[in-house]
Write a protein that binds this ligand. Structure first.
Ligand code: 3DU
Length: 232
């Protein structure tokens, strides 16, 4: 990374806001402001929807309306019609929404992309996942998933921070597409590997920040590690 300082590195960290119990929702909404002010932004998904309802999902986006990337992570994988219904009610106020690439373009991703574009929301496609089970079905199909993404032309893709080599393959096939990489910290990915070794644009960090007694310091510490691993 040419930007060596933790101050710049923190702008490459997206915080995943995943409440474990209902009582976490307020705390995580508090962290949303921090993540958008200091960091690159937030990612909100099914745990927030399940425990805080659609109001909490919208509130997270609203809290970041002053800046920061707001990513809705429903990991959609359905027919276009149903995904359109889901995003029409949930994706307003977000900058991007995540779907699985494996569902294919015709009848699914093309329709979703059109629905999102009509709302000013960008599409992000999952190409590989951070857990070991990704090796069972998803990873052997990586080239095909990349070719789906190349056809659909999403704004961004997701590739795992736990396997920088996979990110590097995606980066070389899609040089201008934004890459977001989850799996840093709690899942074993080292801060900085996704950006410095793989060529990702953002690292997604959840529990390391949200479960910390001091989320500000935790976020800064992740950024510090990224800056250290990515010398000028
Ligand atoms: O493990 P963490 O607490 O840092 O959270 C990781 C987040 O990234 C979480 O919201 C999860 O849904 C998301 N994610 C993965 O962990 C792995 C993927 O392959 C894709 C998304």
């Amino acid at each position: 990374m040419s930007q060596g300082s933790a101050g710049l590195a923190v702008k490459r960290v997206i915080v995943a806001l995943d409440p474990a119990v209902e009582g976490d929702v307020e705390k995580l909404l508090g962290i949303a402001r921090l993540a958008c002010r200091e960091g690159a932004g937030i990612k909100v998904g099914l745990p927030m929807l399940a425990l805080g309802g659609s109001e909490a999902v919208s509130e997270a986006a609203r809290l970041c309306s002053g800046g920061g990337l707001r990513v809705l992570d429903l990991k959609l994988a359905d027919i276009g019609y149903v995904m359109r219904l889901a995003v029409e009610s949930l994706a307003r106020g977000f900058d991007a929404a995540i779907a699985h690439a494996f569902i294919g373009s015709e009848g699914a991703l093309e329709e979703l992309k059109g629905a999102l574009e009509g709302m000013g929301v960008r599409l992000v496609l999952v190409l590989s996942m951070s857990h070991q089970g990704s090796a069972e079905v998803i990873d052997p199909c990586l080239d095909r998933l990349i070719s789906v993404a190349t056809r659909v032309r999403p704004w961004g893709v997701v590739a795992p921070a736990t396997r920088p080599g996979v990110i590097a393959r995606v980066r070389s096939a899609m040089p201008r597409t934004v890459i977001m990489s989850p799996g840093v910290g709690a899942q074993g990915g080292r801060p900085g590997d996704a950006i410095c070794l793989g060529g990702a644009d953002y690292e997604i960090v959840g529990r390391v920040v949200t479960r910390s007694p001091d989320p500000v310091s935790a976020l800064r510490s992740v950024a510090g590690s990224i800056a250290e691993r990515c010398p000028e």
